[in-house]
Write a protein that binds this ligand. Structure first.
Ligand code: HMG
Ligand code: MG
Length: 304
């Protein structure tokens, strides 16, 4: 049953972006810098910093350019940011980011609400983002949201998500992160989706992005892991949500994911006590309790 478990997993930290994009109160830039600074000392090697989207659509991340200019850089940590269009790409290039992420949804209604475009229009817009970014030497990741369900349409055909994923990979994206944007997925469904994807794309070409709205994020991640997936998105202390997906709650908490992985003997390169410290910084930055389980409980005495 555990034969396909990977020896190592790559954790892609989304708290400064997915975590902060949905906050009701504006977070000062200095506070965001404190959060990123804490994350930089945990051993995380991939951090999604912000979004180069319209400041009218996501005012919480309107400081993206300044944030990228002021953030501490470490050679071993790759920063990325969301980019929906050519304007976003130009901003990311000016910010000197080595990686960007394009994004769209598997369901038309969510894509329209989130980006004011049809799926076909989003894919067309990415032709003005991905090839120019690759020509600049940047790497491009992609997200397909609402794969497990759409807040406006309900069930989503995973085949549609797979077709979109194939288009994104053909365009030159190195990896597509499949999102359970509203946290409706359950393990058997996750197995069916992941198995369908792995029948057509390489395992390293997909990542899994779970929101823990209904408490199923870690069990879904475990199913993906047991099917051999090696890339997971998560957010320290379980921060997160999508402003255009009503009811979307926090992401899978990075501490919970790492605790489970280390307990299973799977390497991440992350120092869990330092990650827990970073979660405390996140809590201080937001001034409220955050939902992550390990964040709340800490480490048991006999485990490290
Ligand atoms: P639009 O209004 O259709 O854009 O928005 P437009 O091209 O018509 O331009 C309108 C105005 O926006 C213009 O300004 C542009 O300059 C400006 P004006 O002339 O009116 O002053 N604009 C921009 N400004 C700065 N940077 C840009 C940019 N683009 C246009 N890049 C657009 C279309 C895509 C821009 C908008 O819908 C948008 O920004 N959407 C982003 C929404 C978002 O970030 N949602 C959350 C992220 S997705 C998510 O959370 C899911 C995920 O976590 C995975 C999962 O959980 O499943 C990734
Ligand atoms: Mg998300």
């Amino acid at each position: 049953m555990l034969a396909r478990l990977p020896e190592r997993v790559s954790v892609y930290e989304v708290s400064p972006r997915d975590g902060l994009q949905n906050e009701a109160a504006p977070i000062p830039l200095e506070a965001k810098l404190r959060l990123v600074d804490a994350l930089l000392d945990t051993g995380l090697s991939r951090i999604e910093l912000t979004s180069f989207v319209s400041p009218r659509w996501v005012p919480q991340l309107a400081d993206a350019d300044e944030l990228c200019g002021r953030v501490r850089r470490r050679a071993e940590v790759t920063f990325s940011a969301l980019c929906p269009n050519a304007q976003g790409f130009e901003r990311a290039k000016a910010a000197g980011l080595p990686e960007i992420a394009v994004f769209l949804s598997a369901s038309e209604s969510h894509n329209k609400k989130n980006t004011n475009k049809s799926i076909a229009q989003s894919l067309a817009a990415f032709e003005d983002v991905v090839p120019p970014a690759l020509a600049e030497g940047m790497r491009v990741r992609a997200y397909v949201s609402t794969v497990w369900g759409c807040p406006y349409e309900g069930d989503v055909d995973p085949r549609a998500a797979l077709d979109i994923t194939q288009s994104l990979l053909s365009l030159g994206c190195y990896q597509v992160s499949l999102g359970d944007t509203i946290g409706v997925g359950t393990p058997r469904q996750t197995a069916a989706i992941v198995e369908m994807f792995l029948s057509e794309v390489a395992v390293d070409a997909i990542a899994l992005h779970f929101h823990d709205t209904r408490g199923t994020a870690l069990s879904n991640a475990l199913v993906g892991l047991m099917l051999g997936v090696r890339d997971f998105d998560s957010s320290v202390a379980g921060l997160g949500g999508c402003p255009y997906a009503p009811g979307a709650a926090g992401n899978l908490a990075t501490e919970d994911l790492v605790y489970m992985l280390h307990g299973m003997g799977i390497e991440t390169g992350i120092d869990l006590p330092r990650l827990i410290d970073a979660g405390r910084v996140a809590e201080a930055v937001l001034g409220r309790k955050l939902p992550g389980k390990v964040h709340q409980a800490g480490l048991p005495r006999l485990r490290s």
